[in-house]
Design a protein around this ligand. Structure first.
Ligand SMILES: Nc1nc2c(ncn2[C@@H]2O[C@H](COP(=O)(O)OP(=O)(O)O)[C@@H](O)[C@H]2O)c(=O)[nH]1
Ligand SMILES: [Mg+2]
Length: 211
């Protein structure tokens, strides 16, 4: 990237459960020093290995509702019977500082962000390569009960139907290829003229020297 000042962007990754979105998100965060994860609040109980404040902020229903009522959430939605939401303050700080933010949120949250922040939004949908692979991935995720897995399978088709609301679609067949696709999207989006807020001044100075 050039030294020209820019406004951060909001990269949204959505997909049905089991498409590999979380793996892709983790990899991107490791590889790219310019993007931070938006850590959501949820009323879902933590899974084994999940860390409060890293994977999610795990809160009770009263606290979730308070945050909602106080306008602390940029968006919120109910997914598989639990509430999820994006704390607004860290997002605003990061964007103003020219950092990008990655969101692992569903289509409902993406629609809300579109209403409020469409200029800053870059939307990527991740599809599994096949129904079979999706089913296998959900089954090997041992931390969920059979009941939960069956529920997720049944909902996958409905979630997948939202892919046309996204600008980019990645069919996650091969992880390396998908990692590269996301990095390419991010690089191109960062170069968009409207995001390079320092451009006008930069060009003006150049012209002053040239004239
Ligand atoms: N709208 C919205 N969706 C979220 C948020 N956080 C997580 N989600 C979505 O909720 C769904 C369930 O997430 P999770 O409980 O971690 O299970 P997963 O499906 O195994 O990733 C996923 O589709 C996430 O993208 C949030 O803050 N807002
Ligand atoms: Mg996930």
């Amino acid at each position: 990237m050039s030294h020209i000042e820019r406004r951060g962007l909001m990269l949204v990754l959505s997909s049905p459960s089991g498409a590999g979105k979380t793996t892709l998100a983790r990899h991107l965060l490791e590889q790219d020093g310019g993007i931070d994860m938006s850590v959501s609040v949820t009323t879902r109980p933590p899974r084994p290995g999940e860390v409060d404040g890293r994977d999610y902020f795990f809160v009770g229903k009263p606290e979730f509702h308070r945050m909602e009522a106080d306008g602390e959430l940029l968006e919120s939605a109910t997914v598989f019977g639990h509430s999820y939401g994006t704390p607004a303050a860290p997002v605003e700080h990061a964007l103003a500082a020219g950092r990008d933010i990655l969101f692992d949120i569903d289509w409902q949250g993406t629609q809300q962000l579109m209403e409020r922040r469409s200029d800053d939004l870059v939307k990527v949908f991740v599809l599994p390569p096949s129904a079979e692979v999706l089913g296998r991935r959900l089954q090997t995720r041992a931390s969920d009960s059979a009941e939960v897995i069956a529920g997720r399978m049944a909902k996958a088709s409905g979630e997948i139907s939202h892919y046309p609301e996204y600008e980019y679609v990645i069919v996650n067949e091969d992880l390396d290829t998908s990692h590269k696709a996301i990095a390419d999207i991010l690089h191109a989006e960062r170069l968009k003229r409207v995001r390079q807020t320092g451009l006008a001044g930069f060009v003006r100075e150049m012209q002053a020297e040239l004239d």
